[in-house]
Design a protein around this ligand. Sequence first.
Ligand SMILES: [Zn+2]
Length: 489
Amino acid sequence: MCSLRDRSPDGSRFKVQGSFEAVIGLEIHAQLLTASKIFCGCSAAFGGAPNTHVCPVCLGLPGALPVLNRAAVDDAIRAALALGCAIHETSIFARKNYFYPDLPKGYQISQYEQPFATGGLMAGVRITRVHMEEDAGKSLHEGFADSDRTTYVDFNRSGVPLIEIVTEPDLRSAADAAEFFSRLRSVLVWLGVNDGNMEEGSLRCDANVSVRRAGERTLGTKAEVKNLNSFRFLQKALEHEIERQIELVSGGGRVVQETRLWDAAAGRTVSMRSKEEAHDYRYFPDPDLPPVVVDAVRIADIQSTMPELPDARRRRLVEQYGLPEYDAGQLTQSRGIAEYFEAVVAAGAPPKIAGNWIMGELARKLKEQAADVMSSPVTADRLAGLIALIEKGTISGSMAKDVFEKMYATDRTAAAIVEAEGLAQIDDDAQIAKLIGDVVAANADAVAQYRAGKASTFGFFVGQVMKAAGGKANPKRVNELLKKALGSG
Ligand SMILES: [Zn+2]
């Protein structure tokens, strides 16, 4: 079996494993970052003691009526626009009926026949639909053995707004699927509609996977793989599932349509249940909710407030600032980084140097502190201030790294640190000449040796002058003035 990363000879995205091809579509659930839930006024914030963000609506008590949260619709519009979808003027909330302890109403309010938006495209993958729905509560299990297992239900998550994004089966490898999901995540976070936190479950991905013999047009039977709460798990789970299906089909077996879970500890997917068909859910329009109506004016209003998206921003950074593609890619990893970069440049720093500091020292520090660039104690203005001191030759590049550390730790400007600690380079020729004069006078023997042709003595003089200057003399000027003083300049 050849590697999953193999490309076809024509270099297309069509990937073949042995004589098989994998076909993958994703279903992504993203919690919207609204203050309140989708159909009630309860807080949608993550965390909080169990069952403290609840009311009759999100607990599904009889007679409680849902009222749609306008902010959730606005977020859904933003996401749908960014994914290039057509937003339908009218969409319908439907009840998806099934029983589960974390779903007290016995149905989830979702959208089915008339979804919110359809027909998008991102990174070469077609987006089938984007629809709105409510999240379910969360079951928490304690204990492992059946005899001592207890399950609790927390309804804080019940009714948190979600969008479900469904792609066409356009992905052909586990690596492509992981890369696409990563791009989708960065777009949603960039828009401010989702926090991208996969560990807390506010962004979740399921994958539909099937395999077929290369060249075949019809789709094979697919399995749905759930529980893919990191990019690494997504990729590993899909690699495993593709391999499992190929082995099954090669051996004359058949793939069963089912839902499988990724067991990270065992490194394999395991069967969870046979896959429901849509008709199992008995969808019907929710009689408690009127159709969602989104008119063209509202869409245009939101369109006018949409931020420049990552791809467009990356291209602009290359064109406007002459940055290399790689740098522009790194500096558009998040909207915060991109804005920070442009603020540093606006404050007067040369773009390439500003980018190097952000990708180097600042990124290292933020990672070390698990901090966000927006909360960096070294603000964009202050980083520009530090860069200005290097550009002027007040401090050396290596000294600047120490100053940066102190800026990060102490909430002071670079200029204040340089002044308070006397770090400024001695740049003044008269001062340097005085230091050189002292060194020359104190080392008559070495001077004689040097003048007799022993050139290696020069390094000794540089060392002595730098030592006398406490390491702060401008090395270039020291060299030049020394040569002059020793009579070889
Ligand atoms: Zn509620």
